[in-house]
Ligand binder design. Structure first.
Ligand SMILES: [Zn+2]
Ligand SMILES: [Zn+2]
Length: 74
């Protein structure tokens, strides 16, 4: 499989990852690694200490994710 973003630029680069949102194949240059935020609950008898989950996204999905999270804030 070849990187989808590279194909759009008329390049063929072997993909190293797959976007977890849209499924596009991505090379190491185009993959965006997201770390899920760990919410810590204090005073409820439960705290999350799990390591942040890894999510691989393409540029489009990474941008969309950040855009949404930004819009959530006032
Ligand atoms: Zn690429
Ligand atoms: Zn994507």
């Amino acid at each position: 499989m070849h990187c989808y973003d590279c194909l759009a630029a008329d390049r063929t680069t072997v993909a190293a990852a797959v976007c977890g949102s849209c499924g596009a194949a991505l090379c190491a240059e185009h993959v965006h690694e997201e770390r899920k935020q760990v919410r810590q609950v204090v005073g409820m008898g439960k705290a999350t200490h799990d390591p942040p989950a890894r999510r691989l996204l393409c540029a489009v999905c990474s941008y969309a994710t950040h855009k949404v999270s930004t819009e959530d804030e006032p």
